[in-house]
Design a protein around this ligand. Structure first.
Ligand code: GLA
Length: 373
Protein backbone atom coordinates (compact mmCIF):
# COMPACT_ATOMS: atom_id res chain seq x y z
CA UNK A 1 0.00 0.00 0.00
CA UNK A 2 1.20 3.50 -0.82
CA UNK A 3 1.80 5.93 2.05
CA UNK A 4 -0.30 9.14 2.03
CA UNK A 5 2.90 11.02 1.21
CA UNK A 6 3.52 8.91 -1.91
CA UNK A 7 -0.12 9.31 -2.97
CA UNK A 8 0.11 13.09 -2.69
CA UNK A 9 3.43 13.24 -4.60
CA UNK A 10 2.04 10.98 -7.34
CA UNK A 11 -1.11 13.09 -7.61
CA UNK A 12 1.04 16.22 -7.85
CA UNK A 13 3.22 14.71 -10.59
CA UNK A 14 0.34 13.44 -12.70
CA UNK A 15 -1.69 16.64 -12.29
CA UNK A 16 1.04 19.21 -12.80
CA UNK A 17 3.84 17.30 -14.60
CA UNK A 18 6.50 18.42 -12.11
CA UNK A 19 8.00 17.54 -8.73
CA UNK A 20 6.88 19.16 -5.46
CA UNK A 21 9.32 21.19 -3.36
CA UNK A 22 7.78 20.95 0.09
CA UNK A 23 5.48 18.65 1.97
CA UNK A 24 3.73 18.55 5.29
CA UNK A 25 1.71 15.87 7.02
CA UNK A 26 -0.87 16.94 9.59
CA UNK A 27 -2.73 14.35 11.67
CA UNK A 28 -6.35 14.45 12.75
CA UNK A 29 -7.09 15.38 16.32
CA UNK A 30 -9.40 14.04 18.93
CA UNK A 31 -10.75 16.08 21.82
CA UNK A 32 -10.38 13.86 24.89
CA UNK A 33 -12.15 16.22 27.27
CA UNK A 34 -13.17 19.89 27.20
CA UNK A 35 -16.19 20.29 24.94
CA UNK A 36 -16.63 23.87 23.69
CA UNK A 37 -14.30 25.13 26.42
CA UNK A 38 -11.58 26.46 24.09
CA UNK A 39 -13.26 29.67 22.91
CA UNK A 40 -14.37 30.29 26.50
CA UNK A 41 -10.68 30.63 27.50
CA UNK A 42 -11.03 27.24 29.19
CA UNK A 43 -9.14 23.98 29.52
CA UNK A 44 -8.84 21.12 27.03
CA UNK A 45 -7.22 17.70 26.90
CA UNK A 46 -6.76 16.45 23.33
CA UNK A 47 -4.50 14.26 21.20
CA UNK A 48 -3.37 13.99 17.59
CA UNK A 49 -4.31 10.72 15.95
CA UNK A 50 -3.97 9.06 12.59
CA UNK A 51 -5.50 9.39 9.95
CA UNK A 52 -3.74 12.40 8.44
CA UNK A 53 -3.65 14.91 5.63
CA UNK A 54 -0.62 15.44 3.39
CA UNK A 55 -0.08 18.57 1.33
CA UNK A 56 2.73 18.89 -1.24
CA UNK A 57 3.49 22.17 -2.99
CA UNK A 58 5.82 23.89 -5.44
CA UNK A 59 6.13 27.57 -6.31
CA UNK A 60 5.25 28.90 -9.78
CA UNK A 61 6.96 31.76 -11.57
CA UNK A 62 3.57 33.48 -12.15
CA UNK A 63 0.56 34.36 -9.96
CA UNK A 64 -1.55 31.31 -10.82
CA UNK A 65 -2.73 28.87 -8.18
CA UNK A 66 -3.53 25.28 -9.11
CA UNK A 67 -5.00 22.91 -6.54
CA UNK A 68 -5.89 19.25 -6.68
CA UNK A 69 -7.28 16.88 -4.05
CA UNK A 70 -7.17 13.08 -4.20
CA UNK A 71 -10.85 13.13 -3.13
CA UNK A 72 -11.73 14.88 -6.43
CA UNK A 73 -8.87 13.96 -8.78
CA UNK A 74 -10.80 14.90 -11.91
CA UNK A 75 -11.72 18.36 -10.57
CA UNK A 76 -8.56 20.51 -10.51
CA UNK A 77 -9.06 24.06 -9.31
CA UNK A 78 -7.32 26.89 -11.13
CA UNK A 79 -7.30 30.43 -9.73
CA UNK A 80 -5.88 33.42 -11.53
CA UNK A 81 -6.13 35.84 -8.66
CA UNK A 82 -6.93 35.55 -4.97
CA UNK A 83 -9.18 38.58 -5.18
CA UNK A 84 -11.87 37.19 -7.44
CA UNK A 85 -12.26 33.61 -6.23
CA UNK A 86 -15.77 32.18 -6.43
CA UNK A 87 -16.20 28.83 -4.69
CA UNK A 88 -19.24 27.18 -3.11
CA UNK A 89 -19.38 27.65 0.69
CA UNK A 90 -17.63 24.70 2.33
CA UNK A 91 -15.59 23.87 -0.81
CA UNK A 92 -12.24 22.40 0.26
CA UNK A 93 -10.27 24.86 -1.88
CA UNK A 94 -11.87 27.75 0.03
CA UNK A 95 -9.78 26.73 3.06
CA UNK A 96 -6.55 27.13 1.10
CA UNK A 97 -7.70 30.47 -0.28
CA UNK A 98 -8.63 31.71 3.21
CA UNK A 99 -5.13 30.78 4.47
CA UNK A 100 -3.51 32.59 1.52
CA UNK A 101 -5.46 35.72 2.36
CA UNK A 102 -4.46 35.54 6.03
CA UNK A 103 -0.81 34.95 5.15
CA UNK A 104 -0.90 38.03 2.95
CA UNK A 105 -2.59 40.04 5.66
CA UNK A 106 0.27 38.95 7.98
CA UNK A 107 2.77 40.37 5.50
CA UNK A 108 3.83 37.04 4.00
CA UNK A 109 3.97 37.30 0.21
CA UNK A 110 1.91 34.66 -1.60
CA UNK A 111 2.65 34.27 -5.29
CA UNK A 112 1.64 31.43 -7.62
CA UNK A 113 1.91 27.79 -6.55
CA UNK A 114 0.69 24.29 -7.31
CA UNK A 115 -0.58 22.12 -4.44
CA UNK A 116 -1.84 18.55 -4.15
CA UNK A 117 -3.69 17.27 -1.11
CA UNK A 118 -4.34 13.75 0.04
CA UNK A 119 -6.36 13.16 3.18
CA UNK A 120 -7.54 10.07 5.01
CA UNK A 121 -9.43 12.15 7.61
CA UNK A 122 -13.14 11.73 6.86
CA UNK A 123 -14.71 15.21 6.53
CA UNK A 124 -17.38 15.95 9.14
CA UNK A 125 -16.30 13.05 11.33
CA UNK A 126 -15.22 15.21 14.27
CA UNK A 127 -11.49 14.61 13.70
CA UNK A 128 -11.00 18.10 12.28
CA UNK A 129 -10.14 17.58 8.66
CA UNK A 130 -10.58 21.34 8.19
CA UNK A 131 -7.92 22.22 10.78
CA UNK A 132 -5.52 19.74 9.16
CA UNK A 133 -6.01 21.42 5.79
CA UNK A 134 -5.63 24.94 7.20
CA UNK A 135 -2.46 24.07 9.16
CA UNK A 136 -0.99 22.20 6.17
CA UNK A 137 -1.63 25.16 3.86
CA UNK A 138 -0.26 27.71 6.35
CA UNK A 139 2.95 25.76 6.90
CA UNK A 140 3.73 24.77 3.31
CA UNK A 141 2.87 28.14 1.78
CA UNK A 142 4.75 30.01 4.50
CA UNK A 143 7.82 27.88 3.72
CA UNK A 144 7.49 28.43 -0.05
CA UNK A 145 7.70 32.16 0.49
CA UNK A 146 10.70 31.64 2.85
CA UNK A 147 8.80 33.73 5.39
CA UNK A 148 7.56 31.13 7.82
CA UNK A 149 5.09 32.14 10.50
CA UNK A 150 7.43 31.99 13.48
CA UNK A 151 5.58 30.60 16.49
CA UNK A 152 3.16 27.71 16.65
CA UNK A 153 0.74 30.01 18.41
CA UNK A 154 0.90 32.46 15.48
CA UNK A 155 0.23 29.62 13.02
CA UNK A 156 -2.75 28.51 15.13
CA UNK A 157 -4.15 32.05 15.35
CA UNK A 158 -3.71 32.59 11.63
CA UNK A 159 -5.62 29.37 10.89
CA UNK A 160 -8.31 30.39 13.36
CA UNK A 161 -8.77 33.73 11.58
CA UNK A 162 -9.04 31.86 8.27
CA UNK A 163 -11.71 29.53 9.68
CA UNK A 164 -13.65 32.46 11.13
CA UNK A 165 -13.55 34.01 7.66
CA UNK A 166 -15.21 30.80 6.46
CA UNK A 167 -18.04 31.26 8.96
CA UNK A 168 -17.07 28.89 11.82
CA UNK A 169 -16.25 30.77 15.02
CA UNK A 170 -14.04 28.04 16.46
CA UNK A 171 -11.37 28.22 19.17
CA UNK A 172 -7.70 27.20 19.06
CA UNK A 173 -8.00 23.58 20.20
CA UNK A 174 -7.67 21.86 16.82
CA UNK A 175 -4.64 23.78 15.56
CA UNK A 176 -2.72 23.87 18.85
CA UNK A 177 -3.25 20.13 19.30
CA UNK A 178 -1.77 19.09 15.96
CA UNK A 179 1.03 21.67 16.23
CA UNK A 180 2.10 20.52 19.73
CA UNK A 181 1.31 16.79 19.71
CA UNK A 182 3.93 14.19 20.63
CA UNK A 183 3.61 10.49 20.05
CA UNK A 184 2.18 8.67 23.07
CA UNK A 185 1.08 11.93 24.72
CA UNK A 186 -2.09 13.90 25.17
CA UNK A 187 -2.01 17.69 24.77
CA UNK A 188 -3.28 19.77 27.67
CA UNK A 189 -4.13 23.33 26.65
CA UNK A 190 -5.01 26.26 28.84
CA UNK A 191 -6.79 28.55 26.39
CA UNK A 192 -6.48 31.56 28.73
CA UNK A 193 -2.73 31.52 29.36
CA UNK A 194 -2.14 29.62 26.08
CA UNK A 195 0.27 27.34 27.91
CA UNK A 196 0.37 23.90 26.24
CA UNK A 197 1.70 20.78 27.99
CA UNK A 198 2.17 17.21 26.81
CA UNK A 199 0.78 14.62 29.22
CA UNK A 200 2.06 11.03 28.89
CA UNK A 201 -0.85 8.83 27.80
CA UNK A 202 -0.89 5.42 29.54
CA UNK A 203 -0.29 2.44 27.23
CA UNK A 204 -2.85 0.45 29.21
CA UNK A 205 -5.68 2.74 28.04
CA UNK A 206 -7.09 2.45 24.52
CA UNK A 207 -9.07 5.14 22.75
CA UNK A 208 -11.71 3.73 20.44
CA UNK A 209 -13.54 5.90 17.93
CA UNK A 210 -16.92 4.75 16.71
CA UNK A 211 -18.34 6.66 13.77
CA UNK A 212 -21.99 7.61 14.20
CA UNK A 213 -22.30 7.92 10.43
CA UNK A 214 -23.94 11.33 10.90
CA UNK A 215 -21.96 13.98 9.07
CA UNK A 216 -22.07 17.44 10.53
CA UNK A 217 -21.20 20.74 8.97
CA UNK A 218 -20.14 23.18 11.61
CA UNK A 219 -21.12 26.03 9.35
CA UNK A 220 -24.70 24.76 9.70
CA UNK A 221 -25.21 27.06 12.67
CA UNK A 222 -25.37 24.79 15.74
CA UNK A 223 -21.76 25.49 16.67
CA UNK A 224 -22.11 29.26 16.36
CA UNK A 225 -25.37 29.09 18.35
CA UNK A 226 -23.56 27.53 21.32
CA UNK A 227 -20.78 30.07 21.06
CA UNK A 228 -23.13 33.04 21.05
CA UNK A 229 -25.06 31.62 24.04
CA UNK A 230 -21.74 31.36 25.91
CA UNK A 231 -20.77 34.93 25.04
CA UNK A 232 -24.21 36.26 25.98
CA UNK A 233 -24.03 34.39 29.32
CA UNK A 234 -20.59 35.86 30.10
CA UNK A 235 -21.86 39.34 29.25
CA UNK A 236 -24.95 39.01 31.45
CA UNK A 237 -22.78 37.80 34.34
CA UNK A 238 -20.30 40.64 33.87
CA UNK A 239 -17.26 38.42 33.22
CA UNK A 240 -14.90 38.62 30.22
CA UNK A 241 -15.24 34.88 29.51
CA UNK A 242 -16.97 31.93 31.18
CA UNK A 243 -13.55 30.81 32.44
CA UNK A 244 -13.81 33.54 35.07
CA UNK A 245 -17.05 32.13 36.39
CA UNK A 246 -17.22 30.62 39.90
CA UNK A 247 -19.91 28.19 41.06
CA UNK A 248 -21.11 30.58 43.79
CA UNK A 249 -21.55 33.51 41.42
CA UNK A 250 -23.43 31.35 38.91
CA UNK A 251 -25.83 30.33 41.72
CA UNK A 252 -26.27 33.90 42.91
CA UNK A 253 -26.60 35.51 39.50
CA UNK A 254 -28.42 32.88 37.54
CA UNK A 255 -31.66 34.88 37.43
CA UNK A 256 -29.88 37.17 34.93
CA UNK A 257 -29.59 34.34 32.42
CA UNK A 258 -31.97 32.75 29.94
CA UNK A 259 -32.41 28.98 30.28
CA UNK A 260 -30.06 28.38 27.33
CA UNK A 261 -27.39 30.69 28.78
CA UNK A 262 -27.65 29.05 32.23
CA UNK A 263 -27.22 25.64 30.62
CA UNK A 264 -24.08 26.53 28.64
CA UNK A 265 -22.55 28.40 31.61
CA UNK A 266 -23.10 25.36 33.85
CA UNK A 267 -21.51 23.10 31.23
CA UNK A 268 -18.40 25.28 30.81
CA UNK A 269 -17.89 25.69 34.56
CA UNK A 270 -18.14 21.94 35.19
CA UNK A 271 -16.30 20.89 32.03
CA UNK A 272 -13.22 22.94 32.99
CA UNK A 273 -13.29 21.17 36.34
CA UNK A 274 -13.56 17.81 34.56
CA UNK A 275 -10.49 18.60 32.45
CA UNK A 276 -8.50 19.44 35.61
CA UNK A 277 -9.68 16.21 37.22
CA UNK A 278 -8.89 14.20 34.09
CA UNK A 279 -5.24 15.29 34.08
CA UNK A 280 -5.00 14.29 37.76
CA UNK A 281 -6.70 10.96 36.98
CA UNK A 282 -4.28 10.19 34.12
CA UNK A 283 -1.29 10.99 36.33
CA UNK A 284 -2.66 8.91 39.21
CA UNK A 285 -3.61 6.04 36.83
CA UNK A 286 -7.18 6.30 38.14
CA UNK A 287 -8.80 5.09 34.95
CA UNK A 288 -12.25 4.40 36.41
CA UNK A 289 -12.42 8.06 37.39
CA UNK A 290 -11.25 9.13 33.94
CA UNK A 291 -13.98 7.03 32.35
CA UNK A 292 -16.63 8.62 34.58
CA UNK A 293 -15.40 12.06 33.58
CA UNK A 294 -15.77 11.11 29.90
CA UNK A 295 -19.34 9.92 30.39
CA UNK A 296 -20.28 12.92 32.55
CA UNK A 297 -18.93 15.18 29.81
CA UNK A 298 -21.13 13.47 27.23
CA UNK A 299 -24.19 13.85 29.41
CA UNK A 300 -23.45 17.53 29.94
CA UNK A 301 -22.89 18.19 26.22
CA UNK A 302 -26.13 16.38 25.43
CA UNK A 303 -28.25 18.12 28.06
CA UNK A 304 -26.63 21.54 28.37
CA UNK A 305 -25.11 22.27 24.96
CA UNK A 306 -27.66 20.14 23.04
CA UNK A 307 -24.97 19.17 20.52
CA UNK A 308 -25.49 15.41 20.65
CA UNK A 309 -27.85 13.47 18.39
CA UNK A 310 -29.71 10.15 18.83
CA UNK A 311 -27.02 8.21 16.93
CA UNK A 312 -24.21 9.49 19.19
CA UNK A 313 -26.24 8.76 22.33
CA UNK A 314 -27.06 5.28 21.03
CA UNK A 315 -23.37 4.38 20.56
CA UNK A 316 -22.62 5.39 24.16
CA UNK A 317 -25.44 3.16 25.41
CA UNK A 318 -24.40 0.23 23.19
CA UNK A 319 -20.77 0.42 24.29
CA UNK A 320 -21.52 0.86 28.02
CA UNK A 321 -22.01 -2.86 28.93
CA UNK A 322 -19.12 -4.14 26.76
CA UNK A 323 -15.91 -5.62 28.22
CA UNK A 324 -13.28 -3.09 29.26
CA UNK A 325 -15.45 0.00 28.66
CA UNK A 326 -14.64 2.79 31.10
CA UNK A 327 -16.51 5.72 29.61
CA UNK A 328 -17.50 7.44 26.39
CA UNK A 329 -18.48 10.78 24.92
CA UNK A 330 -19.04 12.77 21.77
CA UNK A 331 -15.95 14.62 20.63
CA UNK A 332 -15.40 17.94 18.83
CA UNK A 333 -18.13 20.29 17.71
CA UNK A 334 -20.87 17.65 18.04
CA UNK A 335 -24.09 17.18 16.04
CA UNK A 336 -22.68 13.92 14.61
CA UNK A 337 -19.22 12.56 13.88
CA UNK A 338 -17.50 10.13 16.23
CA UNK A 339 -18.04 8.87 19.72
CA UNK A 340 -14.86 8.34 21.72
CA UNK A 341 -14.62 5.43 24.14
CA UNK A 342 -12.06 4.77 26.83
CA UNK A 343 -11.30 1.05 27.01
CA UNK A 344 -8.91 -1.06 29.12
CA UNK A 345 -6.28 -2.17 26.62
CA UNK A 346 -6.19 -5.73 27.93
CA UNK A 347 -9.87 -6.04 27.00
CA UNK A 348 -9.66 -4.12 23.74
CA UNK A 349 -10.04 -7.17 21.54
CA UNK A 350 -13.06 -8.41 23.44
CA UNK A 351 -14.55 -4.89 23.32
CA UNK A 352 -14.13 -4.58 19.55
CA UNK A 353 -15.44 -8.10 18.98
CA UNK A 354 -18.54 -7.36 21.07
CA UNK A 355 -19.49 -4.24 19.11
CA UNK A 356 -22.38 -4.73 16.67
CA UNK A 357 -21.25 -5.96 13.24
CA UNK A 358 -22.20 -2.68 11.57
CA UNK A 359 -19.96 -0.60 13.87
CA UNK A 360 -17.37 1.50 12.10
CA UNK A 361 -14.81 1.45 14.92
CA UNK A 362 -11.07 2.05 15.10
CA UNK A 363 -8.46 2.48 17.76
CA UNK A 364 -6.92 5.96 17.84
CA UNK A 365 -3.40 6.09 19.28
CA UNK A 366 -2.00 9.46 20.34
CA UNK A 367 0.35 10.20 17.45
CA UNK A 368 3.01 12.77 16.70
CA UNK A 369 1.89 16.14 15.40
CA UNK A 370 2.92 17.94 12.23
CA UNK A 371 5.78 16.50 10.17
CA UNK A 372 7.29 18.62 7.42
CA UNK A 373 10.14 19.03 5.03
C1 GLA B 1 -14.57 22.14 17.02
C2 GLA B 1 -13.85 23.47 17.02
C3 GLA B 1 -12.96 23.61 18.26
C4 GLA B 1 -13.73 23.32 19.54
C5 GLA B 1 -14.53 22.02 19.42
C6 GLA B 1 -15.48 21.81 20.57
O1 GLA B 1 -13.66 21.11 16.87
O2 GLA B 1 -13.09 23.61 15.84
O3 GLA B 1 -12.38 24.89 18.30
O4 GLA B 1 -14.54 24.41 19.90
O5 GLA B 1 -15.30 21.98 18.21
O6 GLA B 1 -14.80 21.65 21.76
Amino acid sequence: MRSPHETAVELFRTSFGRTPERWVRVPGRVELLGNHTDYNAGLVLAAAIEPSLTCVVAARPDQHIRLISSAFPSEPIELHSLRTVRLDPGHWAGYVVAVCRELRAAGIPITGFDAAIDSTIPPGSGLSSSAALLVAAALTLGRLSHRTVAERLNVAQLCQRAEHRLGVHCGLLDYLTVLHAREGHAVHIDCRSLVVRNVRWPDTLALVLVDSGVRHRLTAGGYNRIRSDCEAAAKSLGVATLRELRAGSLRRENHRLTAAQRAVATHILEENQRVRSSVRAVRAADFRRLGELFTDSHRSSRDHLRNSCPELDAWIERARPLPGWLGGRLTGGGFGGMTLHLVQRRQLRAFLAALPKNANAQEGRPSSGVLEE
